[in-house]
Design a protein around this ligand. Structure first.
Ligand SMILES: NC(=O)c1ccc[n+]([C@@H]2O[C@H](COP(=O)([O-])OP(=O)(O)OC[C@H]3O[C@@H](n4cnc5c(N)ncnc54)[C@H](O)[C@@H]3O)[C@@H](O)[C@H]2O)c1
Length: 624
């Protein structure tokens, strides 16, 4: 049967009204009984003040009587403070403590039972309204239960109210037992001081007024906060990401199941895939496109290749608005939906661009990254950032969008030019410098092998670097870079500027190497990093073959200012206002600086120019 609107409205408001009504009635009853019977009960108790029990039996009887009085405090006008102090005065502090504690606990339990309606006859006689379990739970609040324990009248009212609200029993018992233990301790400690009538009255009044004032203030504050929140809806949810970074060899050998496994891991039915690959990669590894087609054919029907691999402009050229449009057009033309996969093959640049297209096309495509440069395998490919350059700013447009999987195939690096192989090691030096002193030492020991790109050493460097990067992204608590601190950006403020000034003649890794050397000299000038350590940083970079003195370092603007240093301001804007530059404080650790002394940085830049020029003259670093 349907109820009328009016009925529903009344029944919704009724519980709240009856709750407060019952509470007021009960409080009035307790107060009235105080007014009517306080004098006789006090006179009765006063006799006990003169009575000092001597035998154990007398003490036990007296203890039982006082416990009972405290327990019945809920329905009788017993001045519990007085009874408590009497217990201390007559039974000593330990005996008194036990009596008070037991009496208060029994009283609390009794009051709760009364309020909850377990003692039905008594409850209804006293006008208490029984609540449904869970309704208005915690309305009174745990804080009030604790604070009111020592307050005459309100102590009883609070436990009855807790029962009426069906405040969960276990927490109730825990809260009141702990509060009673504390209160009993306070009574027994100050009992001897308060047995005089006047002091007692003052104590009782203070114990009534102060908690009430405190609770009223809390309540006012809460209602003010509620009013503030009333116009705001809150949404909150969490999404967790889980993707593997797989190391393999000969990924497109049909006998290698790795790619099929990753494409079918979370997919029922055939996985439809569109492949985008760096143009230069396809040229330098001319058999690659055919191998990809053959691989998919060999793994049909689990895998379905939607079209032959599509070439994307090489390297940094791909991070461009027009290329992005072309990527969208290709995905649209090949009918990709959100369940299809995009396989991106290339260096950090192509992965950034294709990743951004995937993040935005259909609001998110499935993406598998196959990094094909050293830098992409140990850094760019395994992270969550994607983006393109726009308005002459690097990575101005982008998205944080993790791939479904990343697959590093060392064999794909063999078609890379030596310059790109070495450039990628800059990120390994970076992550070692900020996170892993032992890894840095290992790189120093292996510097010659790394400079030749010997395979065992290079493999280890890539693996460890990827591990450290991934560990930072997943473990440092800020994968989407909401905060300001970004240790992985060590050396990057200058690197971004140098890349731009060189119009991407400089590789990202090469620019990062210069940026790290510059910041090491700045940290040294500021006393953060010792002479020997800054020399080790520069020494390793030179031994790996980096040119630390590219011509862009010397560029000045119309007012004679270093153009590289203007990159600091751009970096500040990129970070959203507050500058945060990671600087080495030793090898293996960094700190964030929020102010950079331009004059000191200028000196560091000049020092690096002369140091780098000397190295080039001596044939230590290679010219780019
Ligand atoms: N998303 C991130 O977290 C992140 C991190 C670091 C760097 N990056 C970005 O990565 C880019 C730099 O990446 P990169 O150093 O890999 O450079 P890159 O992508 O520009 O590639 C360097 C050159 O190598 C070519 N190439 C790629 N793979 C090849 C292969 N196997 N054989 C032959 N040639 C190949 C490219 O065509 C290009 O000319 C920058 O745009 C940088 O901003 C992104």
């Amino acid at each position: 049967m349907k109820r009328s609107h009016g009925y529903r409205a009344r029944s919704k408001s009724a519980p709240t009204r009856y709750f407060w009504l019952s509470l007021v009635v009960f409080s009035a009853l307790v107060i009235t009984s105080f007014v009517l019977f306080e004098q006789p009960i006090q006179a009765f108790l006063a006799q006990f003040a003169l009575y000092l029990p001597s035998t154990p039996a007398q003490k036990l009887n007296l203890a039982l009587l006082l416990v009972m009085l405290l327990a019945l405090d809920v329905v009788l006008p017993v001045p519990s403070s007085l009874v408590a102090l009497l217990a201390v005065a007559t039974l000593g502090s330990v005996g008194g403590y036990l009596v008070i504690f037991i009496g208060l606990c029994l009283g609390a339990g009794f009051g709760y039972a009364l309020g909850a309606g377990y003692l039905r006859v008594l409850s209804s006689r006293l006008g208490l309204h029984q609540r449904q379990p869970g309704q208005l739970a915690y309305r009174l609040g745990t804080l009030s239960l604790i604070c009111l324990r020592g307050v005459p009248v309100l102590a009883e009212t609070s436990v009855v109210a807790a029962g009426m609200q069906r405040y969960p029993l276990r927490p109730f018992l825990l809260v009141t037992t702990l509060a009673n233990a504390g209160l009993a301790l306070a009574y027994s400690a100050i009992g001897s001081l308060l047995v005089e009538q006047n002091a007692l009255l003052v104590a009782i009044l203070a114990s009534m007024v102060l908690p009430v004032v405190f609770i009223a203030a809390c309540s006012l504050f809460n209602s003010w906060r509620k009013r503030e929140r009333r116009d705001t809806l809150h949404g909150r949810f969490e999404v967790s990401y889980d993707y593997p970074v797989v190391f393999t060899d000969h990924l497109f050998d049909p006998r290698n199941p790795c790619l099929r496994q990753q494409l079918t891991a979370s997919h029922k039915g055939p996985a439809t895939v569109l492949v985008f690959a760096d143009e230069q990669l396809l040229q330098c590894a001319p058999r690659l496109a055919g191998e990809i087609v053959d691989y998919f054919a060999a793994h049909a029907p689990a895998l379905h290749l939607q079209a032959a691999p599509i070439a994307v402009p090489a390297g940094e050229l791909s991070k461009d608005g027009q290329v992005l449009q072309q990527l969208y057009a290709d995905m649209l033309a090949h009918g990709l939906d959100r369940h299809c996969y995009v396989l991106a093959l290339g260096g950090g640049a192509v992965l950034d661009a294709v990743g951004y297209a995937c993040a935005t096309f259909h609001r998110g495509m499935r993406l598998v990254r196959v990094p094909t440069t050293v830098l992409a395998q140990n850094d760019a490919g395994i992270g969550v950032k994607n983006g393109i350059n726009a308005f002459e700013q690097k990575n101005l447009l982008g998205a944080f969008y993790p791939a479904s999987a990343v697959i590093n195939d060392f064999q794909l690096l063999t078609s890379l030019g030596h310059r790109d192989q070495i450039a990628g090691l800059a990120e390994a030096v970076k992550v070692a410098l900020i996170k892993d002193q032992a890894f840095f030492q290992w790189m120093e020991q292996q510097a010659d092998a790394l400079a030749r790109f010997d395979h065992p050493a290079s493999r280890h460097a890539i693996h460890r670097c990827a591990e450290l990067h991934l560990g930072h992204i997943t473990g440092a608590g800020d994968p989407f870079e909401r905060g300001n601190g970004r240790p992985l950006d060590y050396g990057h403020w200058a690197a971004h500027k140098l890349e731009k000034l060189s119009q991407h003649r400089l590789r990202h890794g090469e620019a990062v190497a210069v940026g790290m050397a510059l910041d090491a000299l700045y940290a040294n000038a500021q006393g953060l990093l010792g002479d020997a350590e800054s020399e080790r940083v520069i020494g390793l970079l030179l031994r790996l073959g980096f040119n630390l003195c590219p011509p862009e370092l010397a560029l000045k603007d119309g007012q004679g200012r270093s153009r590289v240093l203007l990159g600091l301001e751009e970096f500040r804007q990129h970070l959203g206002g507050q500058l945060s530059i990671p600087m080495l404080c030793r090898i293996g650790a960094s700190v964030d600086l929020h102010e950079i002394d331009a004059a000191v940085m200028e000196q560091a830049l000049q020092r690096l120019s002369s140091r780098g020029a000397l190295a080039v003259a001596l044939g230590e670093g290679c010219a780019q």
